[in-house]
Write a protein that binds this ligand. Sequence first.
Ligand SMILES: Cc1cc2nc3c(=O)[nH]c(=O)nc-3n(C[C@H](O)[C@H](O)[C@H](O)COP(=O)(O)OP(=O)(O)OC[C@H]3O[C@@H](n4cnc5c(N)ncnc54)[C@H](O)[C@@H]3O)c2cc1C
Length: 406
Amino acid sequence: MKRTKMSPEEQAKLIEDARVFLEERVMPLEARFGAEGFAGIEADLESLRGELRERGLWAPQMPKTLGGMELSFLDHARLSRELGKSPLGHYVFGCPAPDAGNMELLLEFGSEAQQKEFLEPLARGDVRSCFSMTEPDRAGSNPAWMETTARLEDGEWVINGRKWFTTSADGAGFAIVMAVTDPDASTYARASMILVSTDAPGFIHDRLIPVMGHTGSGWASHSEIVYDNCRVPEANLLGPRGGGFLLAQSRLGPGRIHHAMRWCGIAERAFDLMCKRAVEREVAPGRPLGTRQAVQHFIAECRAKIDAAILYVEHAARSIDERGASASRTEIACVKFFVADVLSEVLDRAIQVHGALGVTDDTPLAAFYRHERAAHIYDGADEVHKTAVARWILREYGLELNAQSK
Ligand SMILES: Cc1cc2nc3c(=O)[nH]c(=O)nc-3n(C[C@H](O)[C@H](O)[C@H](O)COP(=O)(O)OP(=O)(O)OC[C@H]3O[C@@H](n4cnc5c(N)ncnc54)[C@H](O)[C@@H]3O)c2cc1C
């Protein structure tokens, strides 16, 4: 897809429009999102999404022919930082995980018929989707070792297996499922991706998984799914047979940077709340918290780390724009674990400065903290990325290491 680079003026206007919309229309819904969950505010969110679609502020990563904004990665990174300030930002602007990554997959690998049936309604926001790869009984860090199978029978794929942490499966229209289709092929040619409507026979939504004490709903939830002789047409194979890992890399590469862009926005929001609290909260009459050196150091260190994270994300985004995702894999992997660390530290400091208030649900900090602990785990655990980066670097020095070290 051709991605248009915006002029500095266009970019500034887009960011300002997004900021105003988020502050005036979206952030006021956050308290209800916390209390009632996604299901409680879904109708309000739909009406905001419709408004943004009409204004052309929709799906920054999608081509204009599909109603999107066709932004370059760098422009998208800057917008995403703004959207990340609210947990609802990406959802209302039509670029939430996992839909954004699924749209990119369908755009790149979907057949014409698959794009019509699955991509077009997804890009319009008429349906939601999910991505079903991780299994409870196998280490997600080694996805080549997978139990779920799909076999061809009478022109249909018959899928069997159990998946979990299928984010946003509750109420989704379809899943992209990773399953072993060719058990005798070489390690990375065994699995394929298959499009599965959630009303297909044998698609069983087993449970919503409570995470850090909260069971979400709808888009904001994680599910365990059983595929019990689940049958879908043969034509639902996405991309080449045995191409599951190729597609997964293609989906997760840019996807990782989408998360890191969003994390910078969360860190900015937490930083803003921390600074406001440092000024407002007095520890003695006329002596706000910000007069204390420990708090001053939190503020200075967090500012430096957030700025470093932003510049690093923008560096990786520019690299993807100029050299492609594959040539930028080191930057993408480094950004994933580096920004996750910055996010955790900034959230922790912001909560500390708020004292007991920080662990209540009266500010968004506790919810951010609960949800984003997983930043170190999803889209590849930090350690796996660090090992991969070291492997690519050491290869240049003549040391060859296995992908999955024994
Ligand atoms: C909030 C959330 C949302 C998610 N959404 C989705 C989704 O939509 N779809 C989906 O398919 N999956 C999803 N996942 C699953 C996620 O991709 C996996 O959790 C991840 O790949 C890690 O797999 P695992 O949990 O099985 O951990 P394991 O593979 O069991 O690893 C456990 C820990 O061991 C360490 N470790 C693992 N390998 C190595 C290594 N090589 N070297 C050193 N240390 C290592 C890491 O610290 C890791 O955290 C989600 C997970 C979370 C928490």
